[in-house]
Design a protein around this ligand. Structure first.
Ligand SMILES: N[C@@H](CCC(=O)N[C@@H](CS)C(=O)NCC(=O)O)C(=O)O
Length: 263
């Protein structure tokens, strides 16, 4: 029988969610992962499948139907592979993890907005906005899961949704010198975040990879867009990120060339 195919971008946090879920279920090998180069225009064959939309991940089911949106695909995979459930089965517990899951959009947007910001005057406001997000997560976890480290007994649905962002936000440490303050009001979310990042099912990316590939995002160019004076995006597959030097951290003062980035 044909496998489902997942069209994905290797460093995309939304795509990583699906990898984590399948790994938790022991089903990673039952889906064919096909990497798409986001720095190139989408191929016509893929645009035909998606009816013109470009965002990834996109899942093609074993019988050729298309499912879009990472949270929708997560649920689809949860439903077709019901053994080893990752989502809670009890209705109230499921509601709790869904409430936490719904906080993902603001968290993601705040982190990426700060990374992509080019105005030094806005840094402090963006930092405060980020701290507010962590405080909200902290409050939610204290309310629903004070004992920790996870929302429920084990790394589950909410952890699958958030861990890719915790790992992407390594870019804020590097490019914005951000560190979550060592204060009680962030202690519970820090515990959650540390446990999520360390979990064996969530080791698809490294800090070095994230920092090197997201250099162009730090300069305001997202989704493989080309910056002025550059011929390659930092998101290209070749040369491999492992063979590139670490990028300069001073994004507000300096723009690195392709050569300086090892591209
Ligand atoms: N809401 C979507 C977001 C997916 C998304 O933004 N993917 C980015 C990569 S991280 C992408 O495909 N960008 C390229 C594009 O939109 O053309 C989901 O959860 O699947």
């Amino acid at each position: 029988m044909t496998k489902p195919t997942l069209y994905h971008i290797p460093v995309c946090p939304f795509c990583q969610r699906l990898d984590i879920l399948l790994t938790l279920k022991g089903r990673r090998n039952e889906v064919d992962f096909q990497a798409i180069d986001i720095t190139q225009p989408r191929a016509d064959w893929l645009l035909q499948k998606t009816r013109g939309t470009t965002a990834l991940p996109v899942l093609e089911t074993a019988d050729g139907r298309i499912v879009k949106e990472s949270l929708v695909i997560l649920q689809y995979l949860e439903d077709i592979y019901p053994e080893q459930p990752v989502a809670q089965r009890d209705p109230y517990r499921r509601a709790v993890e869904n409430m936490l899951t719904r906080m993902d959009g603001e968290f993601f947007s705040q982190g990426y907005a700060w990374l992509m910001n080019q105005d030094p005057a806005l840094r402090e406001t963006l930092r405060e906005g980020m701290l507010k997000q962590y405080a909200q997560l902290n409050d939610f976890l204290l309310d629903h899961a004070p004992a920790g480290p996870f929302l429920f007994e084990a790394f589950g649905w909410a952890e699958t949704v958030f861990t890719p962002f915790f790992q992407r936000f390594w870019f804020l440490e590097y490019y914005e010198n951000f560190a979550l303050p060592d204060e009680t009001r962030y202690a519970r979310v820090r515990e959650w975040m540390d446990a999520c990042i360390a979990h064996p099912a969530a080791q698809q990316v490294t800090k070095e990879e994230v920092i090197k590939l997201y250099y162009d995002y730090s300069k305001g160019a997202g989704n493989g867009a080309l910056l002025p004076g550059r011929r390659k995006s930092s998101l290209v597959f070749e040369p491999d990120w492992e063979n590139r030097p670490w990028p300069p951290r001073n994004k507000y003062e300096y723009s690195a060339t392709d050569a300086e980035l090892g591209l």
